[in-house]
Design a protein around this ligand. Structure first.
Ligand SMILES: [Zn+2]
Length: 194
């Protein structure tokens, strides 16, 4: 069970920051879990900023939108470094779809956490071939707290960790949801993998 960390003192000078990662396949509720944590910080009147890579325009430009439409306003950014400036003096930084940033997001997450912020990163841990999705492995290594969430296999109903691509497209990034991907368990993923 995940014991949710808190950022400690209300005196910002005394705060130790940290990094949390929420990872999993598509349809595993990563974004919902990110939003849950951010909403609870907002209720406690902590200052929250949310970012996502500008690449992800599937839904509304300025919202982190999960599949249950429980949205929070977010800022799309082109480069990971932009987050440092834009985060300002906030207490909690949420970053969604973190796998679409390049490796500089690792240093950015450290800089934010070292300045006393709670940093919550959500994203895919594997691509459609079942391979580690950079830079997620690096982020998992530097995080204090890691949560892997699961979907339900759309073929057999078991717990699913894989994102199975229904089309023949070979690019690493194909945006789109229900029409392009299915959550699969290990067995059902490798049985049908092309
Ligand atoms: Zn299955």
């Amino acid at each position: 069970m995940f014991i949710e960390p808190f950022i400690g003192s209300n005196n910002k000078k005394d705060r130790k920051g940290h990094i949390e990662v929420v990872c999993g396949s598509m349809f595993s509720g990563k974004t919902e879990e990110l939003i849950r944590r951010l909403n609870r910080a907002l209720i406690a009147k902590q200052k929250v900023e949310i970012f996502k890579p500008a690449i992800d325009k599937r839904y509304h430009e300025f919202d982190v939108v999960s599949h249950n439409e429980n949205a929070i306003r977010s800022t799309p950014v082109q480069f990971a470094e932009d987050i440092i400036l834009l985060a300002g003096d906030c207490d909690v930084v949420g970053i969604d779809e973190v796998q679409f940033f390049d490796n500089r997001i690792v240093e950015v997450a450290n800089i934010l956490a070292n300045s006393g912020k709670r940093v919550i990163l959500a994203g895919l841990d594997m691509d459609f071939e079942g391979k580690a999705f950079d830079p997620m492995p690096q982020l998992l290594s530097i995080a204090e707290y890691v949560t892997k969430v699961h979907a339900i296999c759309m073929k057999c109903g078991d717990l699913a960790s894989y994102s199975f691509r229904l089309s023949d497209a070979k690019e690493k990034v194909v945006l789109g949801e229900k029409e392009s991907y299915e959550a699969r368990c290990r067995k059902c993923f490798y049985e049908d993998k092309k």
